[in-house]
Write a protein that binds this ligand. Structure first.
Ligand code: MP5
Length: 216
């Protein structure tokens, strides 16, 4: 039988293929990525990770009691990740302060917060699973195709680590449990949110690769 998280991944098949073959990931793996392109991603993803903290905090406030402990452990991991960004920023001369979120980053963060605040727990949890699963698969793709000593190795290691793989595995099986005995309309809503999140993830690579900014 197909599990719910597998069903979501099947539904997102084409979209997932486009994410994992995005030029940002290919260029990071083969070393041809321009420094400024990677640094743009760093600046925007720093904002993303910083705002992931209140996103998780809102999810915790709605979580069933048995999930609180595991979700709470995500917070120190995010804090550690922010340190990773700051360390790399210092080494590579990247400014992380007073950065304006680009349109895509801004819209994605608004979507995350609106989902966490305004919708049932399982909806926010679905969005969390989608975002983390994209990052695991994307950075795995980079790692598996890496043919240089990358200056960005610590980021690659961060989202391909054993601990991160286990965390994303837990998100998937927990989502399967949450989806059990739900009416079809709930599952459809979760599927739509999963696909929307995957689209935002695609746009996030696009934003970095194109150096997207506000036109005015
Ligand atoms: C993640 C991320 C992974 N850092 N940035 C985007 C655009 N999507 C997903 O989340 P985390 O919290 O860094 O594991």
């Amino acid at each position: 039988m197909t599990t719910f998280h597998q069903h979501l991944l099947n539904q997102a098949g084409d979209l997932w293929g486009k994410i994992l073959t995005h030029p940002f990931l290919k260029m990071t793996a083969d070393g041809s990525i321009p420094d400024d392109t990677f640094k743009t991603w760093m600046q925007q993803d720093y904002l993303f990770v910083r705002e992931a903290i209140p996103f998780i905090a809102v999810l915790i406030s709605k979580a069933p009691v048995e999930l609180r402990s595991n979700l709470t452990q995500v917070l120190p991991a995010l804090d550690k990740e922010l340190d990773l960004f700051r360390k790399n920023a210092e080494e590579h001369g990247v400014n992380l302060e007073n950065v304006r979120p680009a349109p895509t980053c801004h819209a994605y963060l608004q979507f995350l917060m609106a989902t966490a605040y305004g919708r049932p727990f399982e909806d926010g949890f679905t969005v969390l699973y989608a975002a983390e699963k994209v990052y695991l698969d994307s950075w795995m793709e980079v790692k598996n195709n890496l043919n240089i000593a990358s200056p960005w190795e610590s980021f690659i290691d961060n989202w391909t680590s054993e601990a991160f793989q286990q965390y994303v595995g837990w998100l998937g099986t927990t989502l399967d449990d949450l989806a059990k005995q739900r009416p079809d309309r709930d599952l459809q809503r979760m599927t739509d949110l999963f696909l929307t999140t995957a689209r935002y993830e695609y746009l996030f690579w696009e934003m970095a690769a194109s150096g997207e900014t506000w036109p005015i």
